[in-house]
Design a protein around this ligand. Sequence first.
Ligand SMILES: Nc1ncnc2c1ncn2[C@@H]1O[C@H](COP(=O)(O)OP(=O)(O)O)[C@@H](O)[C@H]1O
Ligand SMILES: [Mg+2]
Length: 316
Amino acid sequence: MTMISIGAQGEDIVACDNLVRIYSLADVEVVALQGLDLRIRVGEMVAIVGASGSGKSTLLNILGGLDTPTAGRVVVNGLDLARLSGAERARYRRRTVGMVWQQTSRNLLPHIDVISNVELPMILDCRPNRQQRAEDLLELVGLSDRAQRKPHNLSGGEQQRVAIAVALANEPSVLLADEPTGELDSATSADVFELLRRINREIGTTIVAVTHDPLVAEHVSRTVAIRDGRTSTETVRRTERSGAGDHRVVAEEFAVLDRAGRLQLPRAHIEKLALSDRVRLRLEDDHVGVWPGEPTQANDPTRTQLDQGDPGEGDR
Ligand SMILES: Nc1ncnc2c1ncn2[C@@H]1O[C@H](COP(=O)(O)OP(=O)(O)O)[C@@H](O)[C@H]1O
Ligand SMILES: [Mg+2]
């Protein structure tokens, strides 16, 4: 990706290069990811958005070490996931990443209490001082008074807060959340995302969260949109100081250009200009113009070129 050039390569905690994931079913192949590129820097909080079926969960499962891509490379925290042995992969899933799922039931064991749920990953990782750390984590997510309850005695929002504490138990480098508020009402959802933002700010954990909620996407510094198994656009937000001294958030949308030079035009642009199959490109001093393949306007600059038999045209 070239648009997001902030920071050096070495600071990327997540680097996905040309990820492809094809599910082979009995009589059909489903291409869930088709050459996805994504880079995330240490300490970023990134929202992933996209229509249902666009490949968001497939990406998170790969980042979480639960699934392997059909092709392409994924490096997280310096580890090339394809090169991990079975034991290394198990350790990666225990330590390097923490995961929060949409289904509250998938995040917590129902028959043990909240604090035991938070301690469990630490037991599996043979960590010392588990109880103290579990208490600290429950305090962090604001649920110290729920420690002895079973998950089903908590509200949906509280269950997701516990799930976040569980995911943080072994101090992961990256917290992955797949629609963590998908089953919650909007007010509770906003609280859970505010918690994620606070964790990102205060602990510095890199967070990648899939969400459908456009309001959430507005509160993170970067939103990556996935379309048809590829990163299509990125919205980068930064705070600017106005002349009067107050701050305002400026959002700028970029198309993602991969290393092979491919980019996806936004669907609205395609429809507005009725672009299909082939388009004309023209290189200007500081930009590239895109025109419909069939000239529609008399002042179409590429048409003049063609009509005049522009010699450069034959090279394309
Ligand atoms: N285990 C699977 N077997 C077959 N196809 C799958 C499987 N998981 C996902 N898919 C397909 O891959 C595509 C992407 O799915 P997914 O990553 O779940 O999208 P999203 O999370 O954005 O809704 C969809 O077409 C989906 O039907
Ligand atoms: Mg999904």
